[in-house]
Design a protein around this ligand. Structure first.
Ligand code: CMP
Length: 138
């Protein structure tokens, strides 16, 4: 059993896509083990995306991520990191496979509706960024 961090980004929350994203997780056998809605500060967004610091999209990305509420979730299941990334589709929605969340709902590379951890190491770091162990109940 593996865990990953999932974020429904401000565009997803603003466009009422919370239910659509969670439905896809659940329909694919994944479980929500923790969940909350928060509104990040710029500093919190910069901390979360620290690995991207210095990249040309960093400032726009962190501005966007604190532009409205987000839903952060710990998602659990077998091989969940890879499975969830498959459900999300490619970062660039135009390259994302048909039927994926980003293909269906994203409107740009920045406004791509969801985030998911890309490795076990980043999942552990990212889950720890938002949740303490008493909040992960699933
Ligand atoms: P995410 O999975 O949250 O991880 C980093 C985010 O940076 C990514 O999704 C995109 O939203 C954003 N991103 C990556 N590359 C670009 C880019 N070239 N232009 C704008 N945003 C980007």
């Amino acid at each position: 059993m593996e865990r990953t961090l999932s974020i429904i980004k401000p565009d997803g929350v603003g466009r009422n896509l919370i239910g659509d994203v969670i439905k896809r997780l659940e329909q694919n056998g994944l479980k929500v083990a923790a969940m909350k809605m928060i509104w990040m500060t710029k500093a919190q967004a910069q901390g979360f995306y620290a690995v991207h610091e210095g990249k040309p999209f960093f400032d726009g990305l962190t501005d966007f991520m604190c532009s409205g509420p987000i839903v952060v979730m710990v998602v659990q299941g077998e091989n969940v990191i890879e499975q969830y990334r498959k459900l999300m589709g490619d970062t660039n929605f135009e390259d994302a496979e048909e039927g994926t969340i980003r293909r269906e709902f994203a409107t740009s590379t920045r406004k791509n509706v969801v985030h998911g951890s890309d490795s076990t190491e980043s999942a552990a770091l990212e889950i720890g960024y938002f949740f303490n162990r008493f909040e992960i109940v699933g």
